[in-house]
Design a protein around this ligand. Structure first.
Ligand SMILES: [Zn+2]
Length: 91
């Protein structure tokens, strides 16, 4: 099924805690929605170069809300959105 809601996501509607964590007006949110529409959480930093102030963020798709436990997206959703489909599901 095609999804015609590019740029629109419904993450953060499950609870105020997640909404606040994503909106982050006073801090840099570690929960972000990528350009592919997948909700990612930052799990760490990588020092790419000591001369470079930019540390690389390590993101991982977030499947469940860490606050209320609502299922936000499935592995299949993420694979479909990122195009990372390298195996066929056998029904
Ligand atoms: Zn929630």
């Amino acid at each position: 099924m095609a999804v015609g809601t590019s740029g629109v996501h419904e993450f953060g509607t499950c609870c105020v805690d997640l909404q606040d964590a994503m909106s982050g007006e006073e801090f840099e949110p570690l929960l972000t929605v990528g350009e592919d529409g997948v909700l990612y959480m930052s799990v760490g930093l990588i020092d790419l170069d000591e001369e470079d102030d930019d540390a690389g963020m390590v993101d991982h798709p977030m499947f469940f809300c860490p606050f209320c436990g609502t299922k936000l997206q499935t592995v299949e959703d993420v694979r479909a959105k990122t195009g990372d489909v390298d195996e066929d599901d056998e029904d």
